[in-house]
Write a protein that binds this ligand. Structure first.
Ligand code: CAP
Ligand code: MG
Length: 422
C-alpha cells in the first residue's frame, strides 16, 4: 500500500475542467487519509504499488483529494481522464473497483459535479418538461399517469382495454410496468399495435392528447427495432429500465430513437439505499439527465417506496433546475442549458396524496398511480377520474374534501384509501 498520500492535496483548487465527486468514506483497518488516498488512485490512474511502466505525463491525470470534512471527501478528476459522451466510461472510473476494495468498510458516491466541456459532449433530454407539455398540450398542471396492473400476466387484449379505460377516465399517460417486455402472454409487437390503436381511439373520444409509455427494454438491437415499431405505430414515448439495461443501452436508445424517453429505475435500491455504501439516487439522476432521459422516477416522500421528502426534493431540483446550489449531500452544478427532466412521483400513490406531491414538488411532475387507479372500488375508469379530479381540485385551489362533495369518484377513492399509510 502506498504510504505517501500522493493523491491528497488540500491546497489544490479544482479547475472548471475537473469532474468533482463527493464521497462518504468509511475506512477499514487504516486511517481515513490512507483509505481516501487509495480511493483517489484506484479510481483514476493508480494501483496498489508504484509501477515501473508509469510515465511522468500520466501523473497529471491523477485524481486529487482536495477537501476532507468529517467522513466526507471531495475528489477532483481532470476531464481528460474520461471519454466524452460515455456514461459507462465515467462510472467505470469513479464508481468502479473502488466499491470492492478491502481498505474501505463503506464507500458512497453522494454526488458528482460535471465540468462544462464534458457536459456539452452529452445530448441531454430531447424533450424534457417543455417538450412533454407541448406533445401533450398540457400547459401547467401535473401530468396524470398510470401503470397497467396487474404488472404481468394480462393478455394483450385485456392490457389494451385497461389502458383504454385509464385514458377515457382521465389519465394522460399509461405505461407498461418495469418487468413487462415481450413475454409470451403479451408479446411486444401485438401489444404495441393494439394499445396504440386504443390510444388513438381514446384521443378521438376525449379530444385530449394521450400517451403510451411502452417498455422497449431488451437486447440493444431488439430494443431499437421495438422503438422503431412504436414510432411507426404513432407512439410518442418509449420506456427504458435504465439500471437493469444500463447506461450504455440508454445512450444507444437516445442516439437512435426520437420518441420521448421515460426512465424507470428498477434495481436502483440495490445500491442507492445503504447510506454508507453505493451510489446515491442523486448521482443516478445526474447521469440520467446527461444521457438524455425526458422523464425519471425520483420517489414521492409519502408512498410505498423509500426516499424521504428532503432527498426527493433535492433530486427534483437536480433534474429540473438550470443551476443547483450545494447542500450537505449535493454539489453545486451549472447545467448550462441542458433541458430539465420531468420528475415522476410514483409508488403506492393514490388521489389523497396529490396535494402533498404538488405542494412539495410543484406542477412539473408526472403523478403516477397503478394500484391507486386500478384498485379504485369502482374500477379503472373511476380510478383514473378520481386521480385527475384530485389534480383539478388542487389546480382550482380547492381542498380534496370540498371538491369530492361534487365529484363522487374522488369521494369514493378517499373513503376507500383514507386509512392507508406507508
Ligand atoms: C408503482 C410501480 C412502479 C414504482 C417504482 C410498481 O405501482 O409500477 O414501478 O413506482 O418505484 O411496480 O411498484 P403502484 P419508484 O402505483 O401500484 O405502487 O417510482 O420509486 O422508482
Ligand atoms: Mg412498476
Amino acid at each position: 500500500m502506498v504510504k505517501e498520500f500522493q493523491f491528497i492535496d488540500q491546497s489544490y483548487k479544482p479547475s472548471r475542467n475537473d469532474l468533482i465527486c463527493l464521497f462518504k468514506v468509511s475506512p477499514c483497518g487504516m486511517s481515513f487519509n490512507e483509505a481516501v488516498n487509495n480511493v483517489a488512485l484506484e479510481s483514476s490512474v493508480g494501483t496498489w504499488t508504484p509501477v515501473a511502466s508509469n510515465k511522468k505525463y500520466v501523473n497529471k491525470l491523477g485524481a486529487k483529494v482536495f477537501a476532507i470534512s468529517g467522513n466526507y471527501a471531495k475528489i477532483a478528476y481532470p476531464q481528460e481522464l474520461f471519454e466524452e459522451n460515455s456514461v459507462p466510461n465515467i462510472l467505470s472510473s469513479i464508481a468502479g473497483n473502488v466499491f470492492g476494495m478491502k481498505c474501505i468498510k463503506g464507500l458512497r458516491l453522494e454526488d458528482i459535479k460535471i465540468p462544462q466541456k464534458l457536459l456539452k459532449s452529452f445530448p441531454g433530454p430531447r424533450y424534457g418538461i417543455e417538450g412533454y407539455r407541448k406533445m401533450m398540450k398540457i400547459k401547467d398542471r401535473p401530468l396524470v399517469g398510470t401503470i397497467v396492473k396487474p404488472k404481468l400476466g394480462l393478455k394483450t387484449k385485456d392490457h389494451a382495454q385497461v389502458a383504454y379505460d385509464s385514458w377515457i377516465g382521465g389519465c394522460d399517460l399509461v405505461k407498461d410496468d418495469e418487468n413487462l417486455s415481450s413475454q409470451k402472454f403479451n408479446p411486444f409487437e401485438k401489444r404495441a399495435a393494439k394499445t396504440l390503436e386504443m390510444c388513438d381511439k381514446a384521443e378521438e373520444e376525449t379530444g385530449e392528447k394521450k400517451g403510451y409509455l411502452i417498455n422497449v427494454t431488451a437486447e440493444a438491437m431488439k430494443m431499437l427495432k421495438r422503438a422503431d415499431l412504436a414510432k411507426e405505430l404513432g407512439g410518442k414515448f418509449v420506456m427504458h429500465d435504465i439500471i437493469t439495461a444500463g447506461f450504455s443501452s440508454l445512450q444507444t436508445l437516445r442516439e437512435n430513437c426520437t420518441l420521448g424517453i421515460h426512465a424507470h429505475r428498477a434495481m436502483h435500491g440495490a445500491f442507492t439505499e445503504n447510506p454508507n455504501h453505493g451510489l446515491s439516487m442523486m448521482t443516478v439522476a445526474d447521469f440520467a439527465r446527461i444521457a438524455g432521459v425526458d422523464s425519471l422516477h425520483i420517489g414521492t416522500g409519502i408512498g410505498k417506496m423509500k426516499g424521504g421528502k428532503k432527498e426527493v426534493r433535492e433530486i427534483d431540483e437536480e433534474i429540473e433546475m438550470q443551476r443547483v446550489g450545494k447542500t450537505k449531500h449535493r454539489l453545486a452544478q451549472d447545467w448550462d442549458g441542458l433541458k430539465p427532466v420531468m420528475a415522476v412521483c410514483s409508488g403506492g400513490i393514490y388521489p389523497g396524496h396529490v396535494p402533498y406531491l404538488m405542494r412539495n414538488f410543484g406542477n412539473d411532475i408526472i403523478i403516477q398511480a397503478g394500484g391507486g387507479v386500478h384498485g379504485h372500488p369502482d374500477g379503472t375508469q373511476a380510478g383514473a377520474t378520481a386521480l385527475r379530479q384530485a389534480v383539478d381540485a388542487v389546480m382550482e385551489g380547492e381542498t380534496l374534501e370540498h371538491y369530492s362533495r361534487s365529484h363522487k369518484e374522488l369521494m369514493r377513492a378517499r373513503e376507500y384509501w383514507e386509512k392507508v399509510q406507508f
